[in-house]
Write a protein that binds this ligand. Structure first.
Ligand SMILES: Nc1nc2c(ncn2[C@@H]2O[C@H](COP(=O)(O)OP(=O)(O)OP(=O)(O)O)[C@@H](O)[C@H]2O)c(=O)[nH]1
Ligand SMILES: [Mg+2]
Length: 220
């Protein structure tokens, strides 16, 4: 069973339950643009989240196909990400140029709003281990998520809880991953509507298997 499937939450009278689906559904039934044979989608992606959550790691993997060993914290001025075509399953995605920004508070103030406006959809990455054990990290992350929702103009936001490998000994265990997902949702639920936080995925971004599954979800 694939460890990395998008978790979708459905609200019910007794709370919520989790369903799994295989991809982000970008391709759906709609006719994608065709160029040179295979369908191509153009996406401008914003990757936001607190410091050291894995934004640069994910950008680098998506664009270069490699996991950085020891990425430097992104500088205050941010880094340009050049347009790049990525391919899988005879489908292509043109990742339009964007910016990798640091997770510091000053960068949120300086760049976030503009980046959200320009982008088609948003990955919000946070460290799901710290989120559950460090109250300050949890509070600042929730404030950041709230900022994104207040500025996102109904653009799709996908929450990604990184560092899942730091949680007990679960590694790939489907059950414990589901429990942690539920726990994180329960922490978020008092402040956010279920509809806004229903797309959430926990992942170890340093595992080539897991980060490549995450990338695959862009093509499904
Ligand atoms: N164990 C583990 N380490 C991770 C994971 N994701 C990222 N890291 C590590 O966390 C550190 C920070 O990763 P970055 O990609 O630089 O994080 P960032 O969000 O770009 O950080 P800033 O640019 O400073 O905001 C690096 O050492 C990564 O290797 C994960 O899922 N598990
Ligand atoms: Mg970075």
């Amino acid at each position: 069973m694939l460890p990395l499937l998008l978790t979708v939450l459905l609200a019910g009278s007794t709370g919520f339950f989790l369903l799994k689906k295989e991809g982000f559904g970008f391709w759906g039934n709609e006719e994608s643009k065709k160029s040179e044979g295979s369908p191509i989608k153009e996406i401008r992606l914003a990757i936001l989240g607190p410091s050291s959550s894995g934004k640069t790691t994910l950008f680098h993997y998506l664009t270069e196909g490699k996991i950085l060993k020891n990425p430097d914290p992104t500088s205050l001025t941010g880094e340009k990400i050049k347009e790049k075509i990525i391919e899988q399953d005879n489908k292509r995605i043109k990742l339009l140029s964007t910016e990798d920004i640091p997770g510091s508070e000053s960068s949120i103030m300086a760049y976030c709003e503009n980046l959200i406006i320009k982008s088609d959809f948003i990955f919000f990455i946070f460290n799901c281990y710290l989120f559950q054990i460090d109250e300050k990290y949890c509070l600042t992350t929730k404030a950041f998520i709230d900022f994104v929702f207040r500025h996102n103009n109904n653009k799709r936001v996908i929450l990604i809880g990184s560092h899942v490998d730091k949680l007990h000994n679960q590694q790939d265990s489907e059950n414990s991953r589901r429990k942690d997902t539920e726990n994180i949702i329960n922490i978020l639920l008092p402040e956010f509507e279920i509809d806004k936080i229903r797309e959430i995925e926990l992942v170890n971004l340093t595992s080539s298997k897991e980060i490549s599954n995450l990338k695959s979800m862009l093509f499904k």
